[in-house]
Ligand binder design. Structure first.
Ligand code: IPE
Ligand code: IPE
Ligand code: MG
Length: 226
């Protein structure tokens, strides 16, 4: 029996280096990266066994970057979401944000919620964008929600209170580094991890397909014996 990649999560890294290698500004890499988000989302929505695609777009630590880069990323996100609505609807993709959105501008929050509402009825792929997302922040918010509601803290109640409530099957990081950078630490407890040197703007559906094919034959034991 082969594994099914029901939930694929990707750390989309390497945009800045991609642009710098070409003598361009880092933000050009982010712009190209947004195109790849579209292609990979379409690939996943065409492969019905993939139910969820969670993409790391902006971390709780990325605010440390130069102000102009952060501002560009915010504008790019707003533009991307507005442009993407028709594509989401065409492909029956439901958009869901995860992360602490309260730090974004009112206008960006409004756009995010608007796209979320307009695609809420779609029942194909769920595309989750992790926005001002940090796994540690997510866990702390979840535990505080439980405490405030007077609920007991268990593995199950924490899982249910997280922004992202389902476990990851396949976690990919592009860009050559071998770390999780505070992404889905809880949900990736038994994820299969794949690292590629390919920079995100060069990542293709063909490479994703190769990774999925290799994932399918891994023996997943979840601590038991096979
Ligand atoms: C990932 O690419 C995108 C974001 C973190 C927003 P980077 O911007 O981290 O690109 P590199 O890693 O510096 O090349
Ligand atoms: C992780 O990439 C965050 C996103 C892809 C959004 P970073 O470039 O921020 O990670 P580090 O700093 O190399 O760990
Ligand atoms: Mg990076």
């Amino acid at each position: 029996m082969s594994n099914i990649a029901k939930h694929v999560a990707i750390i989309m890294d390497g945009n800045g280096r991609w642009a710098q290698e070409r003598g361009q500004k880092r933000v050009k890499g982010h712009e190209m990266g947004a195109e790849v988000v579209r292609n990979i989302t379409t690939y996943c929505s065409d492969h019905k066994e993939i139910r969820r695609l969670t993409l790391y777009a902006f971390s709780t630590e990325n605010w440390k970057r130069p102000r102009l880069e952060v501002e560009f990323l915010m504008q790019l996100l707003e533009r991307y979401l507005k442009n993407e609505l028709s594509e989401y609807l065409k492909n029956d993709v439901r958009f869901e944000p995860i992360g602490d959105l309260s730090r974004f501008s009112n206008s960006l929050q409004k756009t995010i919620h608007n796209i979320e509402e307009k695609t809420a009825h779609c029942d194909g792929l769920v595309q989750r964008l992790a926005l001002n997302y940090g796994s540690q922040d997510e866990i702390v918010r979840a535990v505080n929600t439980l405490i405030d509601a007077g609920k007991s803290v268990t593995e199950e109640s924490i899982s249910e209170a997280l922004d992202c409530t389902c476990e990851v099957d396949l976690l990919i990081r592009t860009g050559g580094d071998h770390r999780l950078s505070n992404f889905l630490l809880w949900q990736a407890a038994y994820a299969e991890l794949f690292f590629t040197d390919t920079l995100w703007p060069d990542f293709t559906p063909e490479e994703l397909e190769k990774i999925i094919t290799s994932f399918m034959t891994v023996e997943r034991r979840f601590g038991g014996l096979k």
